[in-house]
Design a protein around this ligand. Sequence first.
Ligand SMILES: [Zn+2]
Length: 231
Amino acid sequence: MGVAKQLYQLQEVDLEIEANEQTLNRLVSQLGKNQTVVEARAKLDSEQRRLDDLKRRQHSAEGDVDDLITKITTAEEQLYSGRIRNPKELTNLQHEVDLLKAKRDQLENKALEIMDQVELAEASVATSGNEFNKLETEWHSQQQQLSVDIELLQSKLSELRQKRQLLSAEIDPQAVGVYDKLRKQKGQAVAKVEQGICRGCRISLPFSELQQARSGNLVQCSSCGRILFLP
Ligand SMILES: [Zn+2]
């Protein structure tokens, strides 16, 4: 096998290593990331706090209504007890009862409004709770999958690196040196030649260069410097 073909094969392995390393880095960067779960938790907590607050307000409004009912009962007992005979005093008491009843109605309406809000808030908390549980479960299974994928990639990479070592050991060290230098400079060190064109720089090669490349020896493109490989 010509050295150009050997270097081309080495490059294929190197590109595969590079691609796998990029994927590995991407996966590793996703480990532990749970922004959506954190946001869903914050939403749930804030809705829960709002619900607790509404329930406290509902409880206090109901307490106020109960107090008024007690006051009304006491006042009405006095009103109909027959103990008060003074008409002016009776009128005043009746008036007070009316005022208390109006206040009670008002507070009862307020308590009902709060109750409606409590029901809505309870529904929101239930929805957000489900959403949070769903996201958290998904996140856990994603993380598990990530760990599996990372392990697979790592073992694939170690196989590839071994393969690379074996390949490069079979190639003339000087040629590997040229290859490594070009890889660093250009990313792609070996360029295929197709229809007389260097695929590295897309320039038509002179006939003499093509002839040399055909021999399979290490020939560099006179235009871009890449090692030419005629498949
Ligand atoms: Zn070229």
